[in-house]
Design a protein around this ligand. Structure first.
Ligand code: ADP
Ligand code: MG
Length: 724
């Protein structure tokens, strides 16, 4: 048996199994072994039915049978009853007043059942137990595997992710059979031994044995740590390769005098924050380096990212292309492309840039799906003007327009620059080397990249998913900002909240109402549910709460153009109250909207709540955020309280990571990490180690010639990501 053998060579795999395994992307023996347990259960938790006695709190696993509903003799109250059987014996189960339970279950269903053993003598039964349906029994203690276990209390068994047609138990048994056939000796470790030794991680064969068949909890833990490291390591290797590719390309290298930049900045109606100054300095230093910059600027809404973007853009467009690039002497200056995720945002940036640049003889272009503009207009030098796309593209290509702002329309083939030296991306998480290259076009130099985001993520996640970028934090808010007054609102305080918001609306302010996130395994259903909740809430508010206000709705199922239209109406104050899903999260600035009500706040991560709250941070008026929760749990209230006490989004993101676990916050689709990899993010040392080792390895072996197994695994991971 070899790791690369198809499973079907060694095991009888019927059609149903085959399909299920395919869904889990398991083909070979090696794939199977790397289908790691999600968790473990302690065998001592399982009680056998034959051993149950009166008064005991029982937890049993078994099959349900004999289900029926009837009425109690005297009281005529409905009763559901049946029995559970686990191979050792069966015991009666009764639910009083819950006859529907008998209908929800069917005979033969596997369940986990927890409840008190009641009754007398041999007429014992479990009354009103909690019940959990299972696809299969995790393991039953009458299995041969556990027969010879001496100390049952110490025994934990693995629980695997299942798919219809293949059970956790099947995985366990099949893995054990592979072990018996000596597969572990044939497993070659992709991770160099020196790295494993350095961080005290078990080698692959040991780790596999420990993770699938742990004798001790510490062994499982140690093995999980290794696989978590491995996962983060592969991502880091991939990022390091991308980084090397950027470094290998020639770029525009230029030096900017400090006085020159200061002259531009000194015109701002405010002093820079220390964090802004540091960010600008770091970027200017990168411009003067040999390699193209790849930098992520992370800062809360309102932390002043645009000012940083403008200052660095100024440095670029007042610099000359290097000599000897073309055959002739080059004329004109270097250029900047600034890309925003939506049309409204692109327009907002265009307007901000006009503010920053209007005193200079520097032209600014805007390109979006619905048209093009240029500043200044020939007729009126204080205003922008509409121009044709063809005209704009011509001027960008000739270098006459040095700053081009736009949506995705920016990366269309037809858009060509003369000397594109700096690409700024706003809120676009996945903008990679390829797009950057596409923007620069053939033969051209690799432009510097500044990616900006207001999404607060924990440091470890940033180091991983942005492993190819250098990270700069804008962790300081401009002085004198009024913090948003944040209130946690329980149902009994809702009237007060609505009273307040009505008063605000009456004085001419506007408000957002965010409908709760809906967790649904089926994403399509989730969207539909959410859409319904937005529509229902808007109708309710119109009828009962904000009767005289103009209410608009915004949700993820709308076409981008329709979304833009609604946002524009809201920005122009043709709408007073915007009822929305969390799609308003990203970047639109409506300074007059000073109130945000977030329903079902407990369903959001703190970082996301913080971002939603960021929608009302801009105005000169005092802003309010109401986090509405029906949850009675003190823990939830405690967690939400952090919204008022945390200094910035990063702190809240770390809070989320510690208190809620990362998995549910940043979907694996977004980050490319499995639950296990996500676990690793709680460990900064481990992530840093993976990053450092990956960079060191790639520095020596960028093509992974000496590490073919790592290469294979990376290809495998990115293929999986593609299939998501
Ligand atoms: P971000 O893009 O990070 O959300 P912006 O760059 O749009 O933030 O800045 C938000 C607002 O704060 C703008 O009106 C901007 O003019 C202003 N601003 C930026 N930097 C400062 C500063 N250092 N002091 C005061 N106001 C600032
Ligand atoms: Mg911004």
């Amino acid at each position: 048996m070899h790791p690369q053998d198809p499973l079907s060579t060694h095991f009888r795999i019927d059609e149903i199994h085959k399909k299920a395994l395919k869904r889990l992307r398991i083909e070979t023996v090696g794939d199977l072994l790397l289908h790691l347990p999600q968790r473990y259960e302690d065998i001592s938790d399982i009680q056998s039915v034959s051993g149950l006695s009166k008064g005991q709190d029982a937890v049993v696993f078994g099959q349900i049978g004999g289900l029926k509903a009837r009425k109690a003799w005297k009281s005529r109250k409905p009763i559901a009853e049946g029995w559970i059987e686990d191979g050792s014996a069966r015991i009666k189960v009764m639910w009083f007043n819950q006859p529907y339970l008998a209908k929800m279950l069917t005979d033969g269903t596997y369940v986990k059942l927890a409840g008190k053993v009641t009754g007398t003598g041999d007429k014992l039964y479990i009354a009103n137990p909690e019940i959990e349906k299972l696809d299969s029994l995790p393991v039953d203690r009458h299995d041969s595997i556990f027969k010879n276990t001496e100390n049952l209390d110490d025994t934990i068994y693995p629980v695997y992710r299942e798919s219809k047609g293949v059970t956790s138990k099947w995985f366990y048994h099949t893995v054990l059979k592979c072990f018996e056939k000596g597969i572990l000796e044939k497993m070659v470790d992709p991770i160099p031994e020196t790295i494993l030794n350095e961080y005290n991680l078990p080698k692959l064969p040991t780790a596999l044995q420990w993770i699938h068949t742990p004798k001790k909890a510490e062994h499982a833990e140690s093995a999980r740590k290794r696989f978590a490291f491995e996962e983060v390591f592969y991502i880091q290797v991939q990022k390091a390769i991308e980084r090397e590719a950027v470094s290998a390309a020639t770029t525009y290298q230029f030096k900017t005098e400090k006085e020159h930049i200061d002259a531009f900045i000194n015109r701002f109606p405010f002093p820079l924050t220390g964090a802004q100054q540091k960010a600008i300095d770091a970027i200017l230093k990168d411009f003067n380096g040999k390699h193209a910059m790849s930098r992520l600027l992370e800062g809360d809404v309102g932390s002043g990212k645009t000012a940083v973007a403008a200052s660095t853009a100024y440095a670029v467009v007042t610099s000359r292309p290097p000599e000897g690039l073309g055959k002739k002497i080059e004329f004109g200056n270097l250029q900047v492309a600034y890309m925003a995720p939506t049309e409204i945002l692109a327009k907002q940036h265009f307007e901000s840039f006009i503010e920053y640049f209007h005193h200079l003889p520097i032209q600014i272009g805007l390109i979006t799906g619905s048209g093009c503009m240029k500043f200044p207009s020939k007729v009126d030098a204080t205003k922008p003007t509409k121009i044709s796309r063809a005209q704009l593209l011509k001027w960008v290509k000739s270098g006459e327009i040095p700053i081009l702002i736009g949506t995705h329309a920016l990366i269309y083939k037809s858009v060509e620059f003369k000397h594109l030296a700096h690409v700024i991306i706003d809120e676009q998480h996945r903008f990679g080397t390829n797009q950057r290259k596409a923007l620069a076009k053939k033969d051209a130099r690799m432009p510097h990249l500044l990616s900006m985001t207001a999404t607060p993520i924990p440091r470890t996640l940033a180091l991983t998913v942005y492993g190819d970028l250098d990270i700069t934090l804008l962790d300081e808010m401009p002085a004198g900002r009024k913090p948003v007054i944040t209130k946690i609102v329980t149902p009994d305080k809702q009237d007060e909240m609505y009273e307040h918001v009505r008063a605000e609306l009456a004085t001419g302010r506007q408000a957002y109402v965010i409908c709760p996130r809906i967790n649904e395994p089926d994403p399509d259903k989730e969207v539909t549910l959410q859409l319904k909740s937005v529509e229902a809430e808007a109708a309710r508010l119109k009828k009962d709460v904000f009767k005289t206000s103009r209410i608009g709705i915004l949700h993820g199922k709308m076409k981008p153009a329709d979304k833009d239209k609604i946002m524009l109406q809201f920005a122009n104050h043709d709408i007073d109250v915007l009822v929305a899903t969390s799609v308003v999260e990203v970047g639109v600035n409506v300074p007059n909207a000073t109130n945000i009500i977030i329903e079902g706040a407990e369903r959001f991560g703190l970082a996301q709540l913080h971002q939603l709250r960021g929608r009302v941070i801009r105005g000169t008026h005092q802003a309010y955020c109401f986090a509405v929760t029906e949850s009675k749990s003190d823990k939830t209230k405690e967690r939400l309280k952090a919204l008022s006490t945390a200094k910035n989004g990063f702190e809240l993101a770390e809070h989320d990571l510690t208190f809620r676990g990362s998995g549910e916050l940043y979907g694996s689709k977004q980050s490319g990490l499995t639950d296990l990899g996500m676990e690793a993010l709680k460990n900064l040392k481990l992530v840093e180690a993976a990053r450092n080792e990956a960079r060191a390895l790639v520095a020596k072996d960028v093509d992974l010639k000496k590490h073919p197994l790592i290469k294979l695994r990376i290809a495998h991971t990115s293929e999986n990501l593609h299939m998501e």
